[in-house]
Every structure is written in C-alpha cells, then in structure tokens.
Design a protein around this ligand. Structure first.
Ligand SMILES: O=C(O)C(=O)C[C@H](O)[C@H](O)COP(=O)(O)O
Length: 208
C-alpha cells in the first residue's frame, strides 16, 4: 500500500518516541499535537508501546499514530490491531516485504544504501526511511542518492536533532526527518508536557 504523503508532510519532523509507561502516552501525544507535530512514531522497543498506541489512537484527537521498530510480520499485525495508522522499520527483509503485501497498513521501510533503496523502489516503495542517517553518510549521502534515484523520497532518521534537521530538510529528496529529540526520556519521566510542546513547536517551524 502506498505510504500516505499526509503522514510525511504533517510536519517537518516525525518524533520517534520510546514509551516506558503507557500512562504517559496520551498527555505526551497531546503535547506533540499541540506543538504542531501530529504524526508520531511509537517504537516497539518497550512493553508499553502497543498500549500506548491504543491509548493515543482512541483518545488523542488530531494525532496520527504509527508504530516503529517493526521487524517481523507479527510486529506489523500487532501494530495494525492496536490502531496504528502506519508502520516504520529500520530496514527491510524478504519476510516483511511479503507480509506488507498482505497488510492494509502503510509501511515506511528503512534503507541505508543505494542497493537497499533500489530494491525497495523495485517493490514499489517510493517513500523510505533513510536510517541510520548520520552514520550512513548524512546529508552528503542523501544528496548523492538523489542523482541516480530522483523519485525516491526519504524520512531521514538517526542522529538528527534541532541543530542539523534544517540542513537535512533542504535536500530535495528529504520529505521529512525523524528523531527522538522532541521526547527526551528525562522530560517524559518528569511529565514536563509544556517543555515537550515547546520542542514540538520549534520542530514544526523547521520547514525550509
Ligand atoms: O527504533 C527504530 O525503529 C529505529 O529505527 C531507530 C530510531 O528511528 C532512531 O533510533 C532514532 O534516532 P535518534 O533520533 O538518533 O535517537
């Protein structure tokens, strides 16, 4: 299924969120939405992740909640059942590609090299996550990929923060960036939703 541009263009940044306590999910998502960043990726790295997705999907108006760290067909299925609107993976595998074909959930697969991006494009995935962006060559790598693969658009993620996001966004093949900097664990633990809203608000202004 085609990945919705409405998710990639909802804001310049898709926050990548690690939730330890599902009880924080609704307030956290409301802060991000209020700051102008409505598409939110909850990583499947914690046991609380799917409960957090369920809560955001049912309670937070305006949020577009997705699931990240999708590594298996089981992850994909669990994400869809929890009410996720999209799924994101750090890479791709033949098993996942087959599962995605049978699923209604839009999928943003990860690529870090020209070969990976070409293979995904061959399978019809024009939108991809460039991960791990900074260590896979950063903005220079993205600009280099744009020449031979002009139709592919990336959500660059991994090592991006408020300081370098704008530079990534200036590359013509970068649709948006992803990152964990809007939701630092310390602010979540302190339930400092006002601070998270301020970070989201600053991120929402990053469009170049
Ligand atoms: O968990 C996943 O699904 C991932 O693919 C990794 C995350 O997207 C990055 O870890 C975010 O990177 P930072 O913004 O540098 O923290």
């Amino acid at each position: 299924m085609k990945f919705p541009e409405s998710v990639l263009h909802a804001a310049p940044v898709i926050p990548v969120v690690v939730i330890e306590d599902a009880g924080t999910a609704v307030a956290l998502a409301r802060a991000l939405v209020a700051g102008g960043v409505p598409a939110i990726e909850i990583t499947l790295r914690t046991r609380a992740a799917l409960d957090a997705v369920r809560a955001i999907a049912s309670e937070v108006e305006g949020a577009i909640v997705g699931v990240g760290t999708v590594r298996t067909p089981q992850d994909l299925d669990a994400a869809e059942k929890a009410g996720a609107r999209f799924a994101v993976s750090p890479g791709s595998t033949p098993t996942l590609l087959a599962a995605v074909r049978e699923s209604a959930l839009p999928w943003l697969p990860g690529a870090a090299t020209a070969s990976e991006a070409m293979l995904l494009a061959e399978h019809g995935f024009r939108y991809q996550k460039f991960f791990p962006a900074a260590s896979a060559g950063g903005i220079a790598a993205l600009r280099s990929l744009h020449g031979p693969l002009p139709e592919v658009r990336f959500c660059a993620t991994g090592g991006i923060d408020a300081g370098n996001a704008r530079e990534y966004l200036s590359s013509p093949n970068v649709a948006c960036v992803g990152g964990s900097w809007l939701t630092p664990p310390g602010l979540i633990a302190a339930r400092d939703w006002a601070a998270i809203e301020r970070l989201a608000h600053a991120a929402a202004q990053l469009r170049v």
